[in-house]
Design a protein around this ligand. Sequence first.
Ligand code: 13P
Ligand code: SF4
Length: 338
Amino acid sequence: MSETVSARGNDESDFVTRVPLPPPQLDALSRDIVDLKRKLNAIVLAHNYQVPEIQDVADFVGDSLGLSQQAAKTKAEVIVFCGVHFMAETAKILNPGKIVLLPDKDAGCSLEESCPAEKLRALQATNPNFYTVTYINCSAEVKALSDVICTSGNAVKIVNASPPGRDLLFVPDENLGAWVMEQTGRKMTLWQGNCYAHVEFTHAGVMRARREFPDAPLVAHPECTRAVRLLAGEVCSTEKMVDYCKRSPAPAFLIATEAGMIHRLRKECPGKRFIPVPVAQCRCNECKFMKMNTLEKIYDCMARLSPRVELSREIMEGARRPIERMLAISSQPLANAG
Ligand code: 13P
Ligand code: SF4
């Protein structure tokens, strides 16, 4: 599949982080996938971190919130989820009767791994007044133990809408949780988990990029550490990065999130420059889980209708309630949600 490089080019090819497949091969595979979509009545949902050729073949590309909203309303019979495990599970929970395919069944998430259900259950047992607000990056079993789910795109709104008399427990991302506390002023107990890819961004890395591009505002994902967030002009979900960069008059931006985001930003904001913040020696901070998906695996999973996401009815019922609560709060106008 594509090869990762850390080269620096000019203009449009600034900071190329991936070498795409050769066009003829790409076109043939993409066309076959489009044919299969029609035959199966399938929808392809892709996260913003997927490689360009996957984003380009998808029916919808977005953040976790947008993807779960699309999954909740789709009429397609088959959902091909180009993202990671917890995202495909969420689509299945919202569509128990449909086939949900994940091109690589091992595409996990370090946040999901950090929070096993039995450990969360044990912590919840220490305080009956806990109200558990859970970041969507977790297993279906953990969702079933939660009062409400949130994504990076709506976490502030969800916490503002949480019952005032309850003790908030925020799991599993300590960095997103800390940022939400700063934004809402609401004290929360934080689970000690983090995204292994986003904590790679450092204050020194941002300053290195800033020396080259002193006027470019930093746009950072809230999974970054506080040292990075404090330097940012905007902290937001991947989808809100697109809105922010479109609206901002700035011609260039430093981006502190997974490298796949750069393709989406370049596509949506032609003429603007997006500079990935360097980590260690390269500018290719990729999520190894997100990058497990390939066009070939998408084609294969559609041809074989496998691997499918399968969950027990009990877990799906338990997990659906807090996800639907999130979707309901998210669709309310801001004034009624707080
Ligand atoms: P977004 O919901 O902002 O796209 O984030 C998902 C994610 O996994 C970030 O690492
Ligand atoms: Fe999980 Fe981090 Fe990958 Fe997002 S980037 S899926 S939080 S490991």
